[in-house]
Design a protein. Structure first.
Length: 115
């Protein structure tokens, strides 16, 4: 299974970006798709996740980020708005399932927010 993250870039504070995570196989209801980020010198943290129609967000991004997956799509999106310099990080997508033991990561895409 391969995950391809894309959409990162340089944006000014207050701006928006949309990240995409394309998966090489079908995403089933048993899979949790997550977006994580890792800033320089910090641990990787979970930003948002989605399983079926249930979404979850880190407190730091609630109200600014939206995770979504169109029905039956192999792509998971992370819409980011009102970006802040502290959102600067490499963003990774992950596909996991406690039922099957699946645990796959994408290569990461860099988001840089300038002040």
């Amino acid at each position: 299974v391969q995950l391809q993250a894309s959409g990162g870039g340089l944006v000014q504070a207050g701006g928006s970006l949309r990240l995409s995570c394309t998966v090489s196989r079908s995403i089933f209801s048993i899979h949790t798709m997550g977006w994580y980020r890792q800033a320089a010198g910090k641990q990787r943290e979970l930003v948002a996740s989605i399983q079926k129609d249930t979404t979850s967000y880190a407190d730091s991004v609630k109200g600014r980020f939206t995770i979504s997956r169109p029905y039956d799509s192999k792509v998971v999106y992370l819409e980011m708005s009102n970006l802040k310099p502290e959102d600067t990080a490499v963003y990774y997508c992950r596909m996991s399932s406690s039922d099957t033991g699946d645990d796959h990561w994408g290569q990461g895409t860099l988001v840089t927010v300038s002040s």
